[in-house]
Design a protein around this ligand. Structure first.
Ligand SMILES: [Zn+2]
Length: 337
């Protein structure tokens, strides 16, 4: 999620959150038994525990450890076709992830994979060329051409819908009544364009989902502790959301020398520039939770991962923290065939 503002060191003090987020435990799923587990690199997939009551549902957020990529330090489960990684490795990682989700395909041999008919079928995976938009696709089969957009929804069993992230939020929405699923990619641009709110609308428009039936999960992403943004973003959000004021917090930069010798600096600054520099942070998680609420999803049905990508680069990929050289995780959802 590149933005124009430069990464700065993480502030030491953080204001306490006013908003209480519904925090469900996202627990690592046991890796499904497949031939792939003979590699030592068993991946950890975060799942929503209450969703275990939906046996038809397949879902999860991938994490960093496990996998076969060597491009980002310790072997990792990079699921994105990044510059640094090899396509064959990423495809193997995708198989590992799908196996961990329990998405064993029809037996078709995936390109680049071995010949075992038992391996998960990565050709069932529906990905997007993500452009930080509000474009959402309703699909009933794996598209022949690469979809461009940031959301995908379906009622067709056998497909695995996925978005790729490394700081942006992956948001999964599920309709357990009608067996409809969707996944959305929400960085600040997509959030500003209301991708998730529109996503709920699209599930209603295409598949008659009722918002009160929906369940949602906001996966790991960059949290308000680390998501520093430029001042120019605040008015953009204020123009769109009545609650925008609740999404930002400011931290005055602490400068020990200035604090100790304030007189030294009083005259050294030009008029109008006497304020200490401050840092502005955006709460992308709360922004997307609010969109789900505005769309009619019940608060108790919104599950939020407590994991910040930037705070946890040992477990997760963070584009910001790793200055753009990092892998991608997936938030994925599907209906079992
Ligand atoms: Zn953080």
């Amino acid at each position: 999620m590149p933005t124009k503002s430069k990464p700065k060191p993480k502030p030491k003090t953080q204001p306490k959150s006013k908003a209480k987020l519904a925090q469900a435990k996202l627990t690592p799923a046991k890796a499904a038994k497949t031939k792939l587990t003979k590699t030592k690199n068993a991946p950890q997939v975060l799942t929503i525990e209450p969703w275990r009551e939906f046996p038809w549902l397949l879902h999860g957020f991938s994490t960093r450890p496990g996998g076969l990529s060597r491009s980002y330090g310790a072997p990792s489960l990079n699921l994105g076709l990044t510059q640094e990684d090899k396509r064959a490795t990423v495809e193997r990682n995708r198989e590992i992830f799908l196996a961990a989700l329990g998405a064993t395909g029809s037996g078709a041999t995936a390109p680049g994979a071995g010949s075992s008919a038992r391996q998960p079928d990565i050709s069932s995976l529906v990905t997007l060329r993500q452009i930080h938009s509000d474009l959402i696709h309703a699909v009933s089969s794996v598209p022949k051409e690469q979809l461009v957009g940031d959301g995908v929804i379906t009622n067709t069993p056998g497909l695995v819908l996925a978005v790729q992230t490394a700081d942006c939020l992956p948001v999964i929405v599920v309709d357990p009544k009608r067996k409809i699923v969707g996944v959305f990619h929400a960085g600040w641009r997509g959030t500003l364009a209301r991708i998730v709110e529109k996503g709920v609308g699209e599930m209603r428009r295409h598949f008659d989902s009722r918002p009160r039936d929906l369940q949602a999960a906001i996966g790991p992403g960059i949290h308000k502790c680390c998501f520093e943004i430029g001042e120019e973003l605040r008015p953009k959000f204020e123009a769109q959301f009545a609650y925008a004021g609740e999404l930002f917090h400011k931290l005055e930069e602490m400068d020990p020398i200035r604090e100790k010798y304030p007189m030294l600096f009083l005259t050294a600054r030009a008029p109008g520039h006497s304020e200490l520099p401050s840092q502005l942070f955006l709460d992308l998680v709360e922004a997307n939770r609010r969109q789900l609420l505005d769309a009619g999803v019940a608060p108790r049905n919104i599950h939020v991962s407590p994991l910040c990508t930037s705070c946890n680069v040992d477990k997760l990929f963070s584009y910001r923290k790793e200055k753009g050289v990092t892998g991608r995780m997936m938030g994925a959802v599907g209906i079992r065939a």
